[in-house]
Design a protein around this ligand. Structure first.
Ligand code: UD1
Length: 422
């Protein structure tokens, strides 16, 4: 077990480089399973985070051959041995649900354990399942497992009731080898969907429209090798922006796509942070205390990302005035609030768990707190950086799922943060 020991109060200053996107690489690692040829898929800008390590374990358990050195990964999937995902591996990582579309497309059958609930809410998967059934998959849910099978999937017109990121990705992957054309209406528009389209097209798929709400996939019969660089992680970039904002910092982020962060940039500007965009760099210059913002509403892309709601709440907890934060995407995503309150924050969550009213306080004070999930964990680190005195953040296994070396990046920017063994 490890924990962070943070001595708060230092302004962040300097430059930090952002790595590859977690939410992009995970579906990409599922998509490569569609490659039946002996060609290699070469991925660059791969982040070394726990979720990727686990996904690599799962791919290897299915027979994929993978070499991973530094940020580069080479994957061969011609001799896969199975389509059933080991339950223990699956339980360790929820996002394995989009392996369904890829394995169904590749083998015509798949068996995975039902992902169930998780720390940030129920996370049902009926949209995934309805999409796969529309393509002709037969599904059976039994003893906590989902079995899907098909002879060959057939293209269909699918309307998603909600633009779910995972369901959109799952349907795209399942349709790559389907007979005819599949259209997904009300598709999710996240940049990670565009990245998935781009790699699959490089492998020989015929997909158009990712980034809009209508995606068309024309079925093909084979794919081939490709080399592909993963986009920078907009959520990690946003986390560093919030850390700078919370500490009155002045930092430069390198290797970002500023267009992916528009909603975040505009909210931080409202909070009186100065932000300058230059090609693949962002300069963030924050005042000693932020100005409260009237509303932050999380929404599907291009709205404000739910994954940055907790970090934003932490940053606003020391703002001048009162901010309202409305969580529209997940139903239980204010677990950080209790911990922030222990540090002196004044935040009230409404009984429906949808809105947090943040009365900015002049100072936070160090405390022993525990990360309840990945992004809430990042929020607590941000609060620790902005607080007076020493903060201990436990539960680093959550943070390590999605940040390569958070303490290293922050320390390079002048933060006093150490990882210590408990
Ligand atoms: C992805 C991201 C996650 C991010 C989320 C929203 C990955 C690996 N994870 O998660 O970091 O927070 O997008 O931007 O990319 N829903 C249903 N039924 C379904 C599917 C989803 O009701 O069949 C609901 C979910 O419970 C949730 C909302 O839709 O309330 C959004 O979920 P979705 O867009 O599917 O998120 P994920 O793909 O799970």
């Amino acid at each position: 077990m490890e924990k962070y020991v943070i001595r708060g109060g230092n302004k962040l200053e300097g430059t930090v480089r952002i790595g590859g996107s977690k939410n992009s690489i995970l579906p990409i690692l599922a998509a490569v399973l569609l490659n039946k040829s002996s060609d290699e898929i070469i991925l660059t800008n791969v982040p070394r985070i726990r979720d990727v390590v686990k996904m690599v374990d799962i791919l290897r358990s299915l027979g994929a051959r993978i070499t991973w050195s530094g940020k580069d990964m080479a994957i061969q999937t011609d001799n896969l041995t199975g389509y059933a995902v080991d339950e223990k591996l699956m339980r360790e990582m929820r996002s394995t649900v989009f392996l369904m579309g890829a394995l169904l497309g590749r083998f015509g059958q798949v068996c995975i354990s039902h992902p169930g609930g998780c720390a940030i809410g129920q996370r049902p998967i009926e949209l995934h399942l309805k999409g796969l059934m529309a393509l002709g998959a037969q599904l059976k849910e039994q003893h906590g497992y989902i079995y899907a099978s098909c002879s060959r999937l057939t293209g269909a017109d699918i309307h998603l009731d909600y633009p779910s990121v995972g369901a959109t990705e799952n349907i795209i992957m399942a349709s790559v080898y389907a007979r005819g054309t599949t259209t997904i209406n009300n598709a999710a528009k996240e940049p990670e969907i565009v990245d998935l389209q781009n790699i699959l097209n490089k492998m020989g798929a015929k997909i158009r429209g990712a980034g809009t709400d209508q995606i068309r996939i024309k079925g093909v019969t084979q794919l081939h090798g490709a080399e592909f660089g993963v986009i920078p992680d907009r959520i990690v970039a946003g986390t560093m922006m919030m850390a700078a904002a919370a500490t009155g910092g002045d930092i430069v982020l390198e290797n970002v796509i500023p267009g992916h962060l528009e909603a975040v940039t505009s909210k931080l500007r409202e909070a009186s942070v100065q932000i300058r965009e230059e090609n693949d760099r962002l300069r963030i210059h924050a005042p000693p205390r932020l100005k409260a913002v009237e509303f932050v509403r999380t929404l599907p892309y291009p709205g404000f990302p739910t994954d940055l709601q907790a970090p934003m709440t932490a940053a606003l907890s020391r703002a001048k005035g009162t901010s309202m934060i409305v969580e529209n995407v997940f139903d239980s995503r204010f677990k950080h609030v209790g911990e922030l309150t222990r540090m002196g924050a004044q935040i009230v969550v409404t009984t429906d768990n949808r809105t947090a009213i943040v009365h900015g306080v002049e100072k936070l004070t160090g405390a022993v707190i525990k990360a309840p999930d990945l992004r809430a964990g990042a929020a607590l680190v941000i609060a620790g950086l902005a607080a007076e005195g020493e903060t201990i953040v436990e539960g680093l296994q959550h943070i390590d799922r999605g940040y390569e070396n958070l303490e290293g990046d922050l320390a390079r920017l002048g933060a006093d943060i150490r990882r210590v063994k408990v």
